[in-house]
Design a protein around this ligand. Sequence first.
Ligand code: 5AD
Ligand code: SF4
Length: 445
Amino acid sequence: MNGKTFIIENFGCQMNLADTSEVKKALSNNGYIERDDSPDIVILNSCAIRETAEERIYGRLRHYSVLKNKKPFTLVLMGCVAQKEKDNILKVNPSVDLVIGTHQKSRIPEILSDYLLKDQDTRSGTSIEEPAMQVFDRLGDYEFSTSVPSTRYPFKADITIIHGCNKYCSYCIVPYTRGTEMSQKSGEILNNVKDLVSQGVTEIQLLGQNVNSYGQDNNDIPFSELLYKLNETNGLKRIRFLTSHPKDFNSELIDVIQECDKVCKYIHLPLQSASDKVLDKMKREYTYEHYRSIISELKEKIPYIVLSTDILVGFPYESEEDFEKTLEAMKEIRYDSAYMFKYSVRRGTESANYSDLVDDAEKKRRLQLIIDTQHRITKEQNERDLGKTEKVLLESVSRNNPKQLLGKTDGNKPVVVEADKGMIGTYQTVQLDRLKGNTFHGTPL
Ligand code: 5AD
Ligand code: SF4
């Protein structure tokens, strides 16, 4: 037992969250103790997807530099900002001790123990040299780790099935920070899921920047077949997956989603824009018509499908007319929810060299317009669901009332029911009675 204490702050996407759990587990296995109060090690798992996300990380680093001057600790930056800005961190914030890139995360216990040993030598006077900032940024030796049940919801687990991205959308930093696509072997995933189920997990979420490219880089089975095989796992009740790319979303996959009873009828399919001109500049490799045909087929084969998307407004060359196409598409498709962003330049990406920029006030106006439109549609979609019965996994005690539990439908919609704490982790058939904001209140049947 080494007894050193640590905290890890997580920023960004579901994949980062899965990486954070993995690092926590690896550190605990190596004798480190997670503790908020005056930790020996502070780790930031960073996100670089937008400028605001990156700025938030620099803000946190400044905060920790001040604390470090009062009482020293080891400051570690991991994740996408670490990978992207590895050569600049020393200039931006010299109080960072370790910069650990996205493919080096499984080495964190080893890197930390080497570093702490040197640090100890400095303090005890054996060595006079302060250990300098160390950077571990090699891409290419990504290792998948075994997924474990979530600490907060022990009946759920996230599994990264494919890491990285080959799409190189012109605005996106991910292919540079996470590297090219690498799929985990299907045999390992299937064994991991069996093991998770034996530990009490009933819901799994398969993660990847691009899950439907699964298996292409290593000649493994395609994603649709992986879903099919996972669906046969005894004891497993729900399979979710994130994120799909419209280019690789085919009829075969739609059929498998329809046929497999455990696969949630919920699809997150980023549209980004409905203007073919903008899609082309974004290098998305599909037209709006293609996207629309996928949605039509999904709605036709699975009438109660729940849909969400990502929309990116204010991209260079986006005219008012282009923007209105996106707005119209949102009204036509009627997503249940959407993640909406205004474009921000990411240095090193192709669109950073584009010239015809939309000014910031206009980007904000467009963003507000789509947010307002989507809020109205979300409300209407939810109202349409009132009176329905849904299978709900009860996940936690409601924050507002200890006698109520909060759960999720297959479509990932939140539902509050009156139920005892002992029911957490069970699936109940619930009638959706009323809405409070976007949260349903229901009665277990
Ligand atoms: N600016 C704004 N949003 C971005 N996204 C990706 N890159 C950028 C960027 N440079 C959004 C896209 C993507 C989601 C994860 O983040 O909508 O689907
Ligand atoms: Fe980024 Fe495009 Fe890859 Fe998604 S598909 S991670 S938006 S490059």
